[in-house]
Design a protein. Sequence first.
Lengths: 360, 333
Amino acid sequence: MSDPLLVVDQLTMHFPVRKGLLRRVVGAVRAVDNVSFSIARGQTLGLVGESGCGKTTVGRSILRLLPPTAGSVHFDGLDVLAQSPRALRAMRRRMQIVFQDPYGSLNPRLSVRSILEEGLIVHRMGDAAERLHRMTTALDRTGMQAGCLDRYPHEFSGGQRQRIAIARALVLEPDFLVLDEPISALDVSIQAQVVNLLVTLREDLGLTYLFISHDLSVIEYVSDHVAVMYLGRIVEQSPAERLYAEPLHPYTLALFSAVPSIDPARRRGRIVLPGDVPSPSRPPSGCRFHPRCPLAETICRDIDPPGVTVDGHLVHCHVAARELDRAGGNASSAALRMAELVAETLDKSASEDSLASPSH
Amino acid sequence: MPLLEIKNLVTAFHTPAGRVPAVDGVSLSINRGTTLGLVGESGCGKSVTALSILRLVSAPGVIESGEILLENGRSTQNLVTLGERELCRVRGGRIGMIFQEPMTSLNPVFTLGDQIAEAVHLHEKVSRAEARLRSLEMLKLVRMADPEQRLHEYPHQLSGGMRQRVMIAMALVCRPDLVIADEPTTALDVTIQAQILDLLSAVRKRLSTAILLITHDLGVVAETCDEVAVMYAGKIVERAPTAELFSRPLHPYTIGLIAARPTPGASRSVPLRTIPGMVPLPHNFPSGCRFHPRCAYAQFPRCQTEPAELREVTPGHFVRCHFAGELDVPHNH
């Protein structure tokens, strides 16, 4: 793609595990492992996965809120990880973040005015009058009144606080926004309001988003491209419509089928994955998904599947790679075949499995 | 006779700021072996309704009026007026409960085996060995891996999904007729949620337990419940069999909730349909119909001045709206 705004290459984040009096490093939590993606200007990449998959860590590493263990991040051609503190500060004006918890991300001791003004003062954006103008503009854009400047976070509802958090991110006129589960903590009827707001702002202000969420319906709605993460790795990545229409990775298939739906047609063939997500401090060998995968083979246990890309659709799976090969590179056919294979395997195990019968 | 019948329940909190009617005249009934979904957003009163059934509402909350009738052979017991001793027999014995946050509902200093066995000891006269055996059986029933090992483990050693299985085991160990599940999967990942819902469904079939499922997730309700009741601002605003509610929602709030979720394949150029405004706080509910300030179909002055009654619009389908059935509402799914 021409001139992407953000390029992430082999991003890796390992947190050391220390034990004992001497705090010796005994292991590592491999939160993020070799994650690569890029986002073009004005586009939205949806990063989806369940808890512990590393998506929040990716968001924070990009902004250098956490120092990556390895890999690179380039923002508008500049190497984020190589910037001096002063240059990084200037860069951070252009890269902002909205957090998940509207109750934890606003300082309860600061008025809304102080919260919004802080960034403007740090970046020396204008005198008092101009700062006020920027703040009221940002509030107005997020549907909040100027009158809330002199109030405190506790006086607002969750949805309103999230609007304030968005205004805080916007007041510096950034190019890029990391949205880390921005609506999960909100009621359903408020989620739709905030989603509409984010989409409008993106169109009006030409913003680029990294939208992190576990909510598949919302990700599908807001994203141009989607990357699915599992245990620190990207397992599948493609343009949004393609991913939802033709998922290739067994985990993606399971994830989509697990979402409870109002529509009866979507409920057929529910894939229920066994077991829990393993700990990122002791990831499985080979393909990290293999212990829970209905299609796992010997090779999956031994070798980490390399990425295979067809028409901009990337997948890390031995079985999917084989099916793509058989289908002559036709992702649609391969996806159908993957869905069939999963269904066949689960039908077989369903007939063997029965509810344990207690003696009472 | 229904297994449980709630009649005009009013539970209010007497706070320094005034009287807050969290549950304001709620009536529900659950038949044996069926699942009723109670759905609504935060602050609507659904959790307080559940806690009221077992009289678990803490001060300053008080059940002010109404009846909660539990079928008892040929007659019924009113749980609101039942003596404390009898009520303890009902709790865990005839009605089990699964709470939302398994992290905070399990006692961190006791083993899982002890916690499940405790429920047995409270209701039946059995030896410790017998109680342990029952605990083991339940862990197998809820498909827990390595159940013998788990009996000796502590809650912090388990993942969220596993802790929830233990909660389910505890709620079921005395074979109650009804299980109240308060947002049992909200704190869990979606693939774990699928496991737990699958388990609840299998267990329900096996033990013929009735379930009162409280949630804000319409998808969960659509998949697991026979009947649905929608709550708003302390009242039931719509109640119907599940298929009927989702194919023909009649209350503007229900219609709004269903429409607010992005439908698969929806074009981004079309904004999501929203319910404007916010859920009202119980301190000052709107006059007349409590939903009127947010309602696209509100007609003045009636909706603002006159509260609506819950009416049966079609057989089994109840709606609290002056204009239910007459509104020109889009059915877009």
